[in-house]
Design a protein around this ligand. Sequence first.
Ligand code: IMP
Ligand code: MG
Length: 422
Amino acid sequence: MANTILVGAQWGDEGKGKIIDYLTDEADIVVRSQGGNNAGHTIVHGSKKFVLHLIPSGILRRGKICVIGNGVVVDPLALVTEIRGLTGRGIKVGRNLLLSDCAHLVMPWHRALDEQRELRKGKNKIGTTKRGIGPAYGDKAARTGLRVGDLLDAESFTEKFRLRLRENNAVLRSLGAKPIPLQPFLRHYLAAAKALRPFIANTVVYLHEAMTRGRRLLFEGAQGTYLDLDLGTYPFVTSSNTTAGGACTGSGVPPHRMDTVIGVMKAYTTRVGEGPFPTEDDGVSDLLHGMGREFGATTGRARRCGWFDAVATRYAAMINGIDDLAITNLDGLDHVPVIKVCTAYRLDGKLLRHPPTEAAAWKRCRPVYTEFPGWMKPTSATRKFSRLPAAARRYVRALADLTGARLSIVSVGAGHDETIRL
Ligand code: IMP
Ligand code: MG
């Protein structure tokens, strides 16, 4: 495998963790380039289930190097907890993990502000994960953030921590929220700083030297296309670039070194949090939740569910330059007699082939559906495309055609083996 960017083609939770784990066989280094511990990547390894938030999924494999790139926002306490959780379960985390010195830190005031801003928005809330992601990226853009490199010097870190705490506490007080006490937070951050120091590196130089030695990179996208800060359903988005370009700016690897883009999409659609979702359908939600599926890996929230939206995935293929598609969760539709696919939107009497750029207009779009007969058979034991029921083959082929990219992988279960390669 050449250098590959993997992105979510919908609203996140497309099953990227499992596909990354599958593709890691063919990569040497797995890189996270954006987002933070708002992400939740679920990987089933043998009989064990792992949920990763910050560390790339490659960590579960021996001999693979994992890089947390400069574009990620890192909550040091969460990262230490994640490392300890893995080592406690027998996964080695040492020289196989590198943390960019340029990545920004998520601080306690970011989490408090995330919560306060959501409260204040009332019914217009975004439905964030409350992990402080938006305020952390906000400070980065405002040039008032602290970075991983700041963890290297305890004395100057303490000074910066005090200053930033004072300013942010003034904001919290003005919002009617409780200020954050210096202790025990400073103590916890200094302890985390010490624990993380061995992992801190100039990951840009590391990645370029690795490429010179012929190492293959796999960029693990977090969230999904429509949560992209610039191209998603603003303001119902996350605060990073979740689309393919984010892999470059978030890692320091230039565009011409990227070879392919893989888009991951479910055979239906889900979304957590607020915002437009034209194909949302209570029947699909009830069915999937009834099967015990579609509860958030980070927050445990029940995901909103609906039919496959080809208007959305077509646009996602365009802006990410998706070459190959991995379609996941096909088995979720095993017992649906008639499956709908949205092929266009209707808005104010007009037929749209691309989504509107404004969330309010997007919310008013009505889906135009094509119906497909279901296959009404379990697919999870299938390992060959030709062995899938004919109706299932027709369905996934149609999804790829409507999206406009090559079908490469079909996932029929959470396990590593429950995968069909075309
Ligand atoms: P934030 O990233 O916590 O600020 O949340 C902003 C929006 O992105 C909310 O709708 C979240 O539910 C959504 N979101 C953030 N991370 C993920 C993810 O990893 N999967 C799915 N949705 C996410
Ligand atoms: Mg997730």
